[in-house]
Design a protein around this ligand. Structure first.
Ligand SMILES: [Zn+2]
Length: 120
């Protein structure tokens, strides 16, 4: 049995704050994805890349592809939470149904599991 989160004071106020934070997180993630998609274009063999060698450019591209994959995963998670926005489940952990502390929602808006449920 999971330990419930702190009871939220001013629950409706916190929910609207959480919703705004969630939308801001989605906008930020979309911007990040657009930027990373530009950085992960194929590296042309003919391109002179200035002082950076072609191997460096390929290495950077691989790192940016990993960051892009993480951002795309986060976007899916954020949108999953957004789909619950007008339901009673918004602001609750997925399995145990306990209230998610507002500080945790603001820090990690895509969160769906408490530490207890995540460790099962
Ligand atoms: Zn839980």
């Amino acid at each position: 049995m999971c330990v419930p989160g702190l009871l939220l004071k001013g629950f409706n106020l916190n929910i609207s704050h959480a919703f705004e934070n969630l939308c801001a997180g989605i906008n930020r993630t979309n911007e990040e994805i657009r930027y990373l998609e530009k950085l992960t274009q194929p590296v042309s063999p003919a391109n002179a890349i200035g002082r950076v060698s072609r191997m460096d450019a390929i290495g950077n591209k691989m790192i940016n592809e990993q960051i892009l994959t993480r951002a795309q995963t986060r976007k899916v998670q954020l949108e999953t939470v957004l789909n619950k926005a007008n339901t009673p489940e918004f602001g609750q952990y997925m399995y145990c149904g306990n209230a998610i502390p507002i500080d945790r929602i603001l820090a990690i808006p895509e969160t769906t599991l408490c530490m207890c449920c995540a460790s099962r």
